[in-house]
Structure formats: C-alpha cells, structure tokens
Design a protein around this ligand. Sequence first.
Ligand SMILES: Cc1ncc(C[n+]2csc(CCOP(=O)(O)OP(=O)(O)O)c2C)c(N)n1
Ligand SMILES: [Mg+2]
Length: 673
Amino acid sequence: VTDHKETPQVIWKSIAALSADGVEKAKSGHPGTAMGAAEAMAVLWGQVLDFDPQDPDWINRDRFILSAGHASMLLYSLLHLFGYEDMTIDELKNFRQWHSRTAGHPEFGEAAGIETTTGPLGQGIANAVGMAWAHSMLAARFNTVDFSPITSKVWALCGDGCLMEGISYEACSLAGHLGLGSLTLIYDRNKITIEGSTDIAFTEDVRKRFEAMNWLVLEVSGFDQNQLLEAFKTCREERERPSLIIMTTDIGRLAGKKQGTSKVHGEPLGEETLAEFKKNIGWPPEMFYVPAEARDWCALKVAEKQKNRQTWLKGFETWKKNNPELAKLWDQYFNKNIGAELSKAMLQKTDLKAVAATRKHSGNALNLAAALVPNLIGGSADLNVSNNSDIAGGGDVGIRNSADEIAASFKGRILHFGVREHSMGAILNGMALHGAFRAFGATFLQFADYMRPAIRLAALMKAKSIFVFTHDSIFLGEDGPTHQAVEHISALRLIPNLEVWRPAEALETVQAWAWALSRAQGPVCILGSRQNLPALPFSADFDPEQVWKGAYVLIEDAQADCTLIGTGSEVSLCLEARELLAKQGIKTRIVSMPCMDLFLNQPSAEQEKILGSKPRVAVEAGVSPLWRSLVRDSGLIIGLDRFGASAPAKILAEKFGFTGQAIFEKISDWLKK
Ligand SMILES: Cc1ncc(C[n+]2csc(CCOP(=O)(O)OP(=O)(O)O)c2C)c(N)n1
Ligand SMILES: [Mg+2]
C-alpha cells in the first residue's frame, strides 16, 4: 500500500465510463460489473498493486486476475489508464473487433498485463490459486534474511458466477488448506447473474463457506474507499491464510433504472441510459472521454510504482552478489533452453531394454528430468503411486500440522492436489503462466474429462502445462468401463495446440518428457499404460530424435504388402501380428506413432514417406474415426468403438480382438479382400 491518500473520484468514473463506452461502441459486451467494481479497482490499482507497465513480466509484480472475464472492459480500461502502452485508446474503441487486443474476454498474450485467459467462470480463481502457490513456493526457495525477492501477491476479482462453479470450491479448499497468504480474492457481490437475482439459485452463506476452508474473510462496501483500502491492507499483511473480500456493489452503478438489474449484465446501456449515466457522474456526453486529472493521477501513481521496482532491482542485484548459489539456481529457474541436451542426458541413464508399463517408464523419466531441471515440480490428484508421479526425495508440499510447517513444506517439489482434477488443471495453468516452475499434474486418463476445460484453456493460452495420464486404455482391466479410456485419446487430440503423447516403451517415454519440458508453445499430455509392455527392436543406428516427428518407421521393408501403424501398447501387438503374417508370406512395415499431433505437423511429403505407399492398417485401443484419413478409404482400422468391460486385461484383449493373433487374422482377411 503506497499511501492513504484518497483516490480521486475521476479515476473510477473514467474506468466505468470507458467500459460503458467500449461496450456501447462494440454493440456487445458486459458493462455492468465493470461499472460496479470500478471504484474498488481504482483503489486497488492506484493505491495497492505494485507493477511496472514498462516491465509487465517483472517477477515480483502484484498479479491481477479478472476471473469474471466477461467484465473484460474493466481490465482493458485499467491497463489503458495505468500506462500499459499497447492498450491504446484505439484498442478500447476497437473492443471485440477483428485483430484488436481487446477480445470479448481477456486473452493471455494479446496485451501486456493480461495475466491469464478468463471467461469460463471459475477458471480464473483456480489460475490465481496456482499462481499464488507457485509464488509462495518461489519465496520459500529464494527469500533470505538480507533480502526477499518475492514479496508480492496475487489478487483476483470474481463474481457470483465464479463462486457458483464447482472449480472455485476445489481450488479455494486447496488454497485454504495450504494457507496461501499470497492470495486475495475479491468477490463482487452484486447478487445479479444473467437470469436475475441470485435469490433464484445461490443463497449459501459465502462467509461461512470460506471460513470453513481456513480463509480470512472481510466484508466491505465496494463504494467506500476507506473500507476498501483497510481491507486491501489487511490482506496484504496476512501471511497464513488466503483472504476473501466480500464486496457489496450494484451492477451498473448509476445507470438509472437499469442499475442493480440483469439488464446491465450483458448488453450495452443504450443511448438513453448511457447519457443518463454520464449525467449522473458529471461526465460530458463525449465518447471515450478521460479527464486530464485522471491521466495525471494515474501517471503519478505509476511513477511511484516504478520507483518501487527500481528499489527492488537494486536490492535484487545486491542479493545476487551476496547469494551466489541462490543466484545461480535463480538463473536455472528462468533459463528457457533445455531440450536436446536433456534428452541425451536422460537416455544415457535409461534402460532401453526394460520390460515395464509406460507409466513406470514415465516415473523414471520424470525423476531423471527432475535431477536436471531444478524447477520441475508436480504431483497427482491422489493417485501418485498409480501414476508414478512422485519426484523421489522431492519433499511433500502441504503437510499441515502448523502454519510454520506448511510454509517450510513449500520448499518441496511433490504437490498433492487432492481429489480435485478440474482445479488441478487450472492450477497447473496458473503455475505455468506464473513462469518460475515447470509443473505437471497426474491422474487416470479417464479423468481427463474432469479437467478438460482447463486443458483446453492451456492449449488456447499456449501455457506450458504438463498433464500425465496413466491407465490409458481398457487394459487397466478389472476397474471396468467407468475407468477405461476409449474416446479420450482421440478427444484430447481434437483440442488444437495440445500435443498428446502415447509412448510405447522407455525411449519414446523419455523423448515425450524431454519434448514436454522443452515445448514453449503449449501444453503436452503424456499417456502411460497400466500394463507391462515389451521393449521395441530398435536398429543400432536408430536416431531417437525421429520420435519427435510424432511417428517413425520402426521396421522398414521395401517389399512390404502393408504398413501397420500402432501407438502405445498396440505397437508391440503390431510386432506380434507381423511375425504371424510373415509365416504366411505377408511382409509388413511397422510405424510407431507416439504423437499424432506432431506427426500431422510434418510436411505432407514427410508424412507420406513415413506411412509409405502400401495399404495401411492402424491399431489403437480406442475409437477409430480419427484414423480414417491417415489409413485412407482403403485402409483398415483396428480400434474400439464401444465401451470396455470389467474383466482381467488378458480376457479383454481376447474378447475385443487386441492380441497379436486377432490382429493377424483381421489383417490377413482384409488383405484377401
Ligand atoms: C463456465 C461458464 N458458464 C457460463 C458462462 C456464461 N456466463 C457469463 S457471465 C454469467 C453470469 C455471471 O454472473 P456474475 O458472475 O455474478 O457476473 P455479473 O452478472 O455480476 O457481471 C454467465 C452465466 C460462462 N462465462 N462460463
Ligand atoms: Mg453478479
């Protein structure tokens, strides 16, 4: 908190009017919450947050997340007034237009100061939890008695809708358990959603709910600057619990008859109401008007904030000199160049002949990587042993006997998400966007469905989240069809910019991890089998980097009658079928395709070279449609277009035709036709 001086009324009025004008000009958008929360945001951004618009990535900035993403004009107006240069007045005028930075909902990467993409309600809260968690873990590693590089906080604004979404419960429960003092959630309690008053569907006692989850809860009027500033100060100082500020506001504040109604939630005020609003706040009718006084005050505040950053920089440079070991580690944390070197180092230490489940190989690869990548952290949604997701000796984060103990645990590397897949996904995204850590989360492939909204947002944001999904097919056996992934591999592949790896053995698994850790442009899924799989017969001169094309020729045969393409556990089945076919004089090539997404990124000539000109057969224990274009109309797909069943894996393989013998028979019949 920089000082207690009053925030001039013109600041919030500018924010509210810009927001209303942006929506009016676009003829679409959500003015109401931007207007209702404007004064609180004026105080927060003016008097409380530390940031530097000249260095939006400053690691010790206060982060602001607009979880109520529909109120995007609020964020854009704030960024404009507080000196973010790429958020020009013209951007505000081009709200929601093609190629503007001011998308309907805030999109990460479109403009500096947008910390995450929000819009699907509740996600932003969980992103904020991930950022705050990463921030506290970074502080635990690097803050020293002489200087603390990490002192800032994460602030999120949410509405009634965010708190109705289940993901907010998951994420806030975990945040409370962890005692994330670095997190403040501001709840814009205007008691209005699209269908009207919250009385129709949301009447729980939010204070009690959050108190029960170990949060500090404060209640303020969103129109009382003293109350707001006091509350922000209290939250700034709180160390041992996350804070919730329940802030009462009116949606569409001062918008005449529409104030306090759902009419101002998601449509322009309309000419008449806009004029009335401007009259009410003493504004001229001019569109996108900002008084000089508002610009001057914001500039003054930004200058103060920049001074704070300069002070931090000086302290940080001295800290680096005085703490050379930590400084070296810090640089490793923020070094973006790993990749080919990582893969080589990991492969050297990997038993490439091992017969094991790929989930086991994944655990080995993870641990090899963890030794080389100090900021690699992660864990499971309560399935660590099944997922092979523990970093051995990494230290458990979150053991809670006391506030001191839990804070000390933040030096660890093993995260425990609890049984909370959806928020795990969004928390991982928050960690990825925060930037200090490479974080992964694990569960059964089946439960990817419980996290899909977060996985999709990771792909949309190009966030470097890593998702580990084991038990990747019917071959998990006895748990039955509720637990057996059938459509999931394909369903994940359908998400643009998501790379789905399904390795077949040790080498492919190492390469999947190395790829995931070096990918800069988006998330990666690494799938693992429950069941043991044999090693593959790589030729002596096999170049492991071929795996990074997404598919490669495992066995070539110039005289081949057909090409068998397999993924994951089905590659070895293709090899068995190959032997049987050979006995009938049928020759085959074998292609392993651990990552269809990467393969489809190859130039088409390269794709054709790998798949070959001979008739094609695809084998995968999952739904078949995605394979049709790869095997072409004439090709054969051996897939599974139905749910699995509860039985031992061996029986399922026989019943569903996933044995070398069954595959051999199908191919042999198909070739005869
Ligand atoms: C997951 C999800 N479901 C539905 C929506 C559509 N939606 C956008 S805003 C909104 C109502 C939100 O109410 P509230 O958070 O109170 O915002 P306010 O009306 O106060 O601006 C809904 C249902 C959405 N954006 N995300
Ligand atoms: Mg509301």
